[in-house]
Design a protein around this ligand. Structure first.
Ligand code: PMP
Length: 439
C-alpha cells in the first residue's frame, strides 16, 4: 500500500516472521520501530533517509559511536584471516591484558558472548566458590536473562502489595518457584532493611549481585554508606560481591566500582569491551576465578562457548578500548557534565518538575522533582509514562533518539554542538509544556 514509510513497510514484513515484529523486546516503537540502514559516527540514518543523533548507541555499547575508523580497519584485516577458530589466538590475551591492567578487581578473566552470559557465569562462579545456592539482588535492576539474575527484575506496583519488603516473584509464567526462592530481593540504598535481609539469609547466599548504578531501575546513584554496609556484611559472612558492570564499565578508565570505592570479588563486563561486536567477560579475584581452571582434572565450573573469545570481538574490543585513553574518558566526562548541567539549568529556568541522574557519559531524565534513590521512586505510572513518551517524540522531531528508559549516553564521536542541541531540545520541550507541568 502507498503512503507507508519504509519503516512501516519493514515492520509489517517483520510481523510475518517474528512473534512481536522484531527480535528484541527492548526495541522502541512509536508505534513502529525506526529501521536503520547506516550509522555514521554520532548519527543514525534510517530507512526513510532521516538522520538522528544517537543517544542510545546500542544500549550504551558504542562508546565511539558508529563505524569507528580504527576498529573498522582492524576488523577488515582480521576478517580475511578467518572469523573464529577452536584454537585460541593472541588477540584474546591482548584484550585480557588490557582489561586486567585497568580494572582493579580483575586478576583473571574469561570471555563469553553477552552480558547475560557474563552475569550467569559470575553467579555460577560465586556458587562454585562458596558452595551456596542463593543470590541477593536489587529491585528493578536489569542483569540480563539468566533466570536467577532476572527473578524480581520486573516487579511493578502490582507485586509491591502492602509490604515494604520486595519479594522475588517469578518473572514469567512457568518460571520455577524454586528460582525465586533462591533470590533475596532487596531495595537499593535501603541500608537497614538490606542489612537485615542479608543477615537473615547469610548462610545460603553465594553473592550479592549489584550494579553500582542500576540503569533500568532509574540510573540510581549509590549511597556510599549503603555500599560500605554491603562490603562489611559480605566480608563478615563470606558472601561474594558480584558487580555487574556490563553497562557501567564506561564510567571511567578503571570502571565503575573504582569510582565508588567498591572492591568486588567478581565482575561481569560486556558492551564497550567488544568495540561493537558481541562480547561478555567475567573477571575477578584469582582464587575465585580458579573455579574455571581444570588443572588437569575437571574444573569446578566448566565454561566454554562456540563463539567465546572469537578474534573479531577480541580485536574490535582491543582497538576500541585502547582508543579510550584517560584523556578520552575525561573528555566524555566533561561533555556529560555539560549535558547534565545544561538540562538542570533548563529545569531550574522553567521551574519544571524534572531531575537528571547519571555520571560520566550517562544520563537519565526523570519526571520527578528530585533524583529517585530507588526503583519505586523512579517507577513511572501511566501519566508519567505518557509524559516521557511526549518527551521522546519531541526529541525525535528534533532529530535525536533519546532512549525511553535505562540510560542515554554520549560517545566520543559527539561534539559540543551535539551537546548544545540536546540541551536546547529539552529546554524547548519544557517551554512548550510549561503551562501544564511548571509551577
Ligand atoms: N547487565 C546489565 C547491567 C545490562 O545493562 C545488560 C544489557 N543491557 C546486561 C546485563 C545483559 O547484557 P546482554 O544484553 O549483552 O546480554
Amino acid at each position: 500500500p502507498g503512503g507507508l514509510s519504509q519503516s512501516q513497510r519493514l515492520y509489517r514484513r517483520g510481523w510475518r516472521v517474528f512473534p512481536d515484529g522484531t527480535t528484541r523486546v527492548t526495541v522502541e516503537r512509536q508505534p513502529e520501530p525506526i529501521y536503520i540502514v547506516r550509522g555514521e559516527g554520532a548519527h543514525l540514518i534510517d530507512a526513510d533517509g532521516r538522520r538522528f543523533l544517537d543517544l542510545n548507541n546500542n544500549f550504551t555499547t558504542l562508546i565511539h559511536g558508529h563505524g569507528f575508523a580504527p576498529m573498522v580497519e582492524a576488523v577488515a584485516t582480521a576478517l580475511s584471516n578467518g572469523t573464529c577458530f577452536a584454537n585460541p589466538t593472541e588477540s584474546e590475551i591482548a584484550l585480557a591484558e588490557l582489561i586486567a591492567g585497568r580494572i582493579p578487581s580483575v586478576e583473571r578473566i574469561r570471555f563469553v558472548n553477552s552480558g547475560t552470559e557474563a552475569v550467569m557465569f559470575a553467579i555460577k562462579a560465586a556458587r562454585a566458590f562458596t558452595g551456596r545456592p542463593a543470590i541477593a539482588r536489587f529491585e528493578g535492576a536489569y542483569h540480563g536473562a539468566y533466570d536467577w539474575a532476572e527473578a524480581g527484575q520486573a516487579n511493578g506496583p502490582a507485586q509491591w502489595g502492602v509490604a515494604q519488603m520486595p519479594r522475588a516473584a517469578p518473572t514469567y509464567r512457568g518460571m520455577p518457584q524454586c528460582v525465586a526462592d533462591n533470590v533475596v530481593l532487596c531495595r537499593f540504598n535501603d541500608l537497614a532493611e538490606t542489612e537485615r535481609q542479608l543477615s537473615a539469609a547469610a548462610g545460603r547466599l553465594a553473592c550479592v549481585l549489584i550494579d553500582p548504578m542500576p540503569s533500568r531501575a532509574g540510573l540510581l546513584h549509590p549511597d556510599e554508606r549503603f555500599l560500605g554496609m554491603l562490603a562489611g556484611l559480605a566480608d563478615k559472612h563470606g558472601i561474594l560481591i558480584v558487580a555487574d558492570e556490563v553497562l557501567n564499565l564506561r564510567q571511567g578508565y578503571h570502571g565503575a566500582c573504582a569510582r565508588y570505592g567498591m572492591t568486588p570479588d567478581v565482575i561481569a563486563m560486556g558492551k564497550i569491551i567488544g568495540g561493537g561486536f558481541a562480547i561478555g567477560a567475567v573477571g575477578g579475584r584469582a582464587d575465585v576465578m580458579r573455579v574455571f581452571s581444570a588443572n588437569g582434572g575437571k574444573p569446578a565450573l566448566p565454561q566454554g562457548g562456540t563463539f567465546s573469545a572469537n578474534p573479531i570481538s577480541m580485536i574490535a574490543g582491543r582497538v576500541a578500548m585502547e582508543a579510550m585513553t584517560r584523556d578520552q574518558f575525561d573528555r566524555l566526562e566533561t561533555m556529560g557534565d555539560a549535558v547534565r548541567q545544561g538540562l538542570h539549568g533548563a529545569i531550574a529556568h522553567h521551574r519544571a518538575r524534572f531531575s537528571v541522574s547519571g555520571v560520566a557519559s550517562l544520563f537519565r531524565i526523570h519526571p520527578r522533582p528530585r533524583i529517585p534513590t530507588d526503583y519505586r521512586q523512579a517507577y513511572l505510572g501511566e501519566a508519567d509514562k505518557a509524559l516521557m513518551e511526549r518527551l521522546n517524540r519531541h526529541f525525535l522531531q528534533a532529530g535525536i533518539i533519546l532512549p525511553k528508559g535505562a540510560a542515554a549516553c554520549l560517545s566520543t564521536a559527539m561534539t559540543p554542538e551535539d551537546i548544545a542541541h540536546i540541551i536546547e531540545t529539552f529546554a524547548a520541550f519544557l517551554a512548550a509544556s510549561a503551562c501544564t507541568h511548571g509551577e
